[in-house]
Design a protein around this ligand. Structure first.
Ligand code: GTP
Ligand code: MG
Length: 176
């Protein structure tokens, strides 16, 4: 059984990865954020699944080697895009291919559509075909770091994806 979890958020440029982490921790939207948040550890007693959870930010200023290292240590990877930015949605497929090349696809992946406060319409129509294409994707969630909407849910889904996986390719033996 896993003793603790590592959740990694990877880059799709300015989509709000760092803001999501800071919003979760401080329960308010930070006006200014660093490029990359420090690794955060959430103690077991305040997580819904009662497992100590590490959250690792990833910024594009980091090297490919560090993308490899970070994703290989992760138990679940959140790919963040911005629902108001078509380019970032297109980049999701690209990132999925990179992760599969790095053979990180044994861990569950979660698609995260941030900045839902900026749009009226859901991005699900665009995201669903991508989800159907990759069985590694555990779930997708739309949220807003600004409105604090679905933030704790997002991290709950990430924990749940590791502890109660449903994806056919996920094998717990591979990770431990
Ligand atoms: P990099 O580390 O440079 O890849 O960016 P990032 O993905 O960490 O994004 P960051 O958190 O730095 O946010 C980028 C910009 O988006 C900032 O100006 C944030 O204030 C803004 N932003 C982040 N989340 C939201 C959100 O939910 N809604 C709105 N309206 N703006 C947001
Ligand atoms: Mg950042």
């Amino acid at each position: 059984l896993l003793n603790d979890l590592k959740i990694t958020l990877i880059r799709t440029s300015k989509v709000g990865k760092t803001s999501l982490i800071m919003s979760l921790v401080s329960e308010e939207f930070p006006d200014e954020v660093p490029l990359r948040a420090e690794e955060i550890t959430i103690p077991a007693d305040v997580t819904p699944e009662r497992v100590p959870t590490h959250i690792v930010d990833y910024s594009g200023t980091d090297t490919c080697t560090s993308l490899y290292d970070e994703t290989h240590m992760a138990n679940v990877i959140c790919i963040v895009y911005s629902v108001n930015n078509k380019k970032s949605i297109e980049k999701v497929s690209l990132l999925l291919n990179v992760l599969i090349l790095l053979s990180c696809h044994r861990v569950p992946l979660i698609l995260v559509g941030n900045k839902s406060d900026l749009v009226e319409h859901s991005s699900m129509e665009t995201i669903l075909p991508i989800m159907n294409q990759y069985s590694e994707i555990e779930t997708c969630v739309e949220c807003s770091a600004k409105n604090l909407k679905n933030i704790s849910e997002l991290f709950y889904y990430a924990q749940k994806a590791v502890l109660h996986p449903t994806g056919p390719l996920y094998s717990p033996e591979d990770k431990e």
